[in-house]
Design a protein around this ligand. Structure first.
Ligand code: ADP
Length: 457
C-alpha cells in the first residue's frame, strides 16, 4: 500500500512536471520565429525610413508575414500611431493599451488566449545597435495547431504516467505476495508444531529472510527437543538412582523377616548395610536438592570478599585424612594472596567435589597438586592428580548429571555422578569456566577460572 501510494505521488508529480515544461515549448515556439522577423524588419524600416513614410517594399514584407501565419500584423510608431495594419482597417489610428506602452518602453510582450486559440506578440522595433525604440510590431496569430499538439502530448503523458503507476502497483503487489506468502506458511507450520507436533520441522521455500526464519525456528525446535530429552533422561536417572538403595534395603529387610531365628550378628550386619543404603539415599537426595536449587544466574549468589588461599586450605585440610589413608600427598601451591568476591559456601562445595574426586580417583601413594593464582581480572585454580585418568571419549560427558565413567568403581567409592554437575553449575553461576584435561592411567587436571568481581546481570 505504501509503495503504491508513493508510486502514485511520484508518477503524478513527474507527469505534471513534464506537461508543464513542454507547454512552454509547444506554445512559445512561434514567439522565437517572430523575434527574428522583428529585428530584420526594424532594420529595413530604419533604412527606408518606413515609420515616417511607409513604402511598398516593407508593406509587402509585412503582408507576406501576415499571410504566412494566417494572422494580423500591425505596426505603430513611437507615438502609438498605427502605420501599418494587414487588415487595413486601423491605419492612422492611435493605439493605446497596457501592452503597447510596455512594448514601446522596450519590453517584449507575449500573450496567449487559449479560449480564442490566439497568441499576441508585441516586439519593440529597435534597429541594430540603437538604444531607443522607434515603434512596435504587433503580430496576432492563431495557435490552434500548437494547442492541439500540446493537448495530444498532454493526454499521452498522462496515460504514460498512469501506466507507470500501474507497473509500480503490480510490482508492489508482487513484492507483498513474495514477502507475505512464506511468512504465512511459516505461521501455519508453527501453529501446527505448537499444537503438539514438536518433532516436525518448518520447511518454507521462499525469499532469503523466510528461509532464515525457518532455519532459526528449526534450530530453536531442535534445542527445545534436546532439552526435553535431557529432562526426561534426568527424571529417569533420578528415579533409577533413588530406587536402587530402596531395592537393596527391601531385599535386606525381607531376608531378615523370612528367617524365623536370625542370629543377632546377622541382624547387626544387615542393619549396618541398611544404614549405609539410607546414608546413600540421603546423599543423593541432598545432592539433587542442591542441583535443583542452583540457578545459573548470579543474582542468587551471596557474594562476599573471600580469601581464596584460606578457602582452599580449609578444603584440603578436610580431605587430607581420606588422602592419608591411601598415602596420597595433597599440596597447595599458591603464587600470591588472592581475594575474590564469591559465594563462599557454594564455591567451597564446588571445589570440594573436584578435590574429593582427585583423591577418590587417585592411586595409592599418588598426589594431588592444587595451584592458586590471579591476574587483574580472574582467579585461576588448577587441581591436578596422578590418578586413574579419564578415557578421552568419556571426557565430554563427565559434567552430565549421574554420569560415571566406571559405574561399579564409583559405587565402591560412593559417587553418584552429581558432583561435577553441581561444581560446573556453581562455577558458571560465578561467570567462570571449568576445563578438564586428562590421560588415562596418568592423571587428570581441572582448570577453573573465576572473575575476581562477579557482575550481577
Ligand atoms: P561421582 O560422584 O561419581 O564422583 P562426579 O560428577 O563427581 O561423580 O564425577 C563424574 C565421573 O567423572 C566420576 O564418576 C568419574 O568417573 C569421573 N571423574 C571425576 N573426577 C575424576 C578424576 N579426578 N579422575 C578420574 N575420573 C574422574
Amino acid at each position: 500500500m505504501t509503495i503504491s501510494l508513493l508510486g502514485a505521488v511520484v508518477c503524478f508529480f513527474l507527469t505534471s512536471r513534464i506537461v508543464d515544461s513542454s507547454r512552454a515549448t509547444f506554445l512559445e515556439g512561434t514567439y522565437s520565429n517572430f523575434r527574428d522577423y522583428g529585428s530584420l524588419i526594424s532594420n529595413q524600416m530604419e533604412i527606408t525610413g518606413y515609420l515616417n513614410s511607409p513604402n511598398s517594399n516593407v508593406d509587402n514584407e509585412l503582408n507576406t508575414i501576415a499571410e504566412l501565419y494566417g494572422g494580423r500584423v500591425v505596426v505603430t510608431n513611437a507615438y502609438h500611431v498605427i502605420v501599418y495594419d494587414s487588415y487595413q482597417t486601423e491605419t492612422g489610428k492611435t493605439l493605446v493599451s497596457k501592452n503597447i506602452v510596455a512594448c514601446l518602453s522596450g519590453k517584449e510582450v507575449y500573450e496567449i488566449n487559449e479560449e480564442s486559440e490566439h497568441a499576441k506578440i508585441l516586439l519593440p522595433l529597435r534597429p541594430t545597435g540603437a538604444e531607443s525604440v522607434s515603434g512596435a510590431l504587433i503580430v496576432q496569430v492563431s495557435i490552434s495547431d500548437e494547442l492541439q499538439n500540446f493537448k495530444t502530448f498532454r493526454e499521452r503523458a498522462i496515460s504514460y504516467g498512469l501506466i507507470a503507476w500501474l507497473v509500480v502497483l503490480l510490482a508492489a503487489w508482487l513484492a507483498a505476495v513474495w514477502i507475505a506468502y512464506p511468512i504465512k506458511k511459516i505461521m501455519q507450520a508453527m501453529k501446527h508444531i505448537a499444537s503438539g507436533f514438536l518433532n516436525e520441522e518448518v520447511h518454507v521455500n521462499g525469499n532469503r529472510e523466510a528461509a532464515s526464519i525457518s532455519r532459526s525456528t528449526n534450530e530453536m525446535l531442535w534445542k527445545n527437543n534436546q532439552l526435553e530429552k535431557s529432562r526426561q533422561e534426568f527424571v529417569s536417572n533420578v528415579s533409577h538412582e533413588l530406587k536402587t538403595p530402596m531395592t537393596s534395603m527391601k531385599v535386606l529387610s525381607e531376608s531378615l523377616l523370612v528367617q524365623p531365628d536370625t542370629p543377632v550378628e546377622m541382624y547387626r550386619e544387615f542393619l549396618t548395610d541398611i544404614n549405609d543404603e539410607i546414608a546413600r539415599e540421603n546423599e543423593i537426595i541432598t545432592d539433587l536438592l542442591t542441583l535443583v536449587s542452583l540457578d545459573k544466574s548470579a543474582a542468587v549468589l551471596k557474594l562476599v570478599r573471600t580469601n581464596m588461599n584460606a578457602l582452599i586450605e580449609t578444603i584440603l585440610k578436610r580431605v587430607k585424612p581420606l588422602a592419608e589413608q591411601r598415602g596420597i600427598e595433597v599440596v597447595l601451591e599458591s603464587y600470591r594472596e588472592v581475594f575474590a568476591k564469591v559465594d563462599e559456601v557454594r564455591l567451597m562445595m564446588a571445589l570440594t567435589n573436584i578435590v574429593e574426586n582427585a583423591v577418590k580417583y587417585n592411586r595409592e601413594f599418588g598426589y594431588v597438586h592444587v595451584t592458586l593464582n590471579a591476574d587483574l581480572r580472574f582467579v585461576y585454580i588448577t587441581i591436578e592428580d596422578a590418578g586413574i585418568g579419564i578415557p578421552e571419549e568419556e571426557i565430554p560427558h563427565i559434567f552430565e548429571r549421574f554420569y560415571r565413567v566406571d559405574k561399579t568403581r564409583s559405587r565402591e567409592t560412593g559417587g553418584n555422578g552429581l558432583g561435577l554437575a553441581i561444581a560446573q553449575e556453581i562455577i558458571q553461576m560465578h561467570q567462570g569456566t571449568i576445563r578438564v584435561s586428562s590421560k588415562e592411567k596418568e592423571g587428570t587436571t581441572f582448570t577453573i577460572r573465576i572473575p575476581l568481581n562477579v557482575q550481577m546481570l
